[in-house]
Design a protein around this ligand. Structure first.
Ligand code: ZN
Ligand code: ZN
Length: 224
């Protein structure tokens, strides 16, 4: 009986990449939305979140994508530059995310007020310090591994996250479909909707995962 439960439980786990770009909404995107989704499905993922640079996915469009590719799930987020670092925001669809000039402090307050989720993307990608106030304004998670996070930084990122008592994420930051599937997170169960996804992520009910497969093409070196 215990075994049956474990097996069912294993199948119920969701593999999700929370940081994906597409050419329709990111100038530096090399693959279309559809190519990214197909690559994710072919890699064995169950869900992705599009997080294009300063561009949200229209909510009706997210619904259409979910209808088209069901049972694969598509979520809509955004990646915002806060002067020195990039931050992934999920669970908020307010267009002001796209247009305001955000400082990290203002974005932190906005996300907290609106019940969203925020994660520091690829620390140490552009410089060897983290240029936001993590101690006082801790995000919900830090991206420990991605195609754009230096592999040598994983250990220190893990230590920083442990110190802040927040989990680490593994995301592709894929701008190219060939980069899909190497990094993802395994959530303990399938969320029913975006709100439950955010809830499970905030509870830390997931683990970060990396596949040791080749990545054939690198992401563009600099991309905002
Ligand atoms: Zn970025
Ligand atoms: Zn990105």
């Amino acid at each position: 009986m215990q075994l049956e439960y474990t097996e069912r439980n294993m199948q119920d786990r969701m593999r999700i990449d929370l940081h994906v770009h597409c050419s329709e909404r990111s100038a530096c995107g090399r693959s279309t939305e559809e190519e990214q989704i197909i690559a994710a499905i072919n890699s064995g993922l169950d869900a992705i979140a599009f997080t294009d640079h300063n561009r949200l996915v229209p909510e009706r469009h997210i619904q259409e994508l979910n209808e088209k590719y069901s049972p694969f799930q598509v979520f809509g987020g955004i990646e915002i530059n806060v002067g020195g670092e990039d931050v992934i925001v999920l669970g908020i669809h307010d267009p002001s995310l796209e247009v305001r000039k955000w400082t990290y402090g203002k974005l932190y307050d906005f996300v907290r007020q609106n019940g969203g989720y925020m994660a520091l993307a690829h620390p140490f990608r552009y410089h060897d310090t983290i240029n936001i106030d993590l101690e006082n304004l801790a995000p919900d998670a830090i991206e420990m591994m991605s195609n754009n996070t230096p592999a040598a930084a994983a250990e220190i990122i893990y230590q920083i996250a442990s110190h802040l008592k927040i989990p680490v994420l593994c995301n592709s930051d894929s701008h190219n479909s060939s980069n899909m599937g190497r990094y993802y997170n395994v959530i303990n169960r399938f969320p029913e909707n975006e709100m439950e996804l955010i809830h499970l992520l905030k509870l830390g009910e997931f683990r970060c995962n990396m596949e040791y497969k080749q990545v054939s093409q690198k992401n563009p070196g600099f991309c905002r």
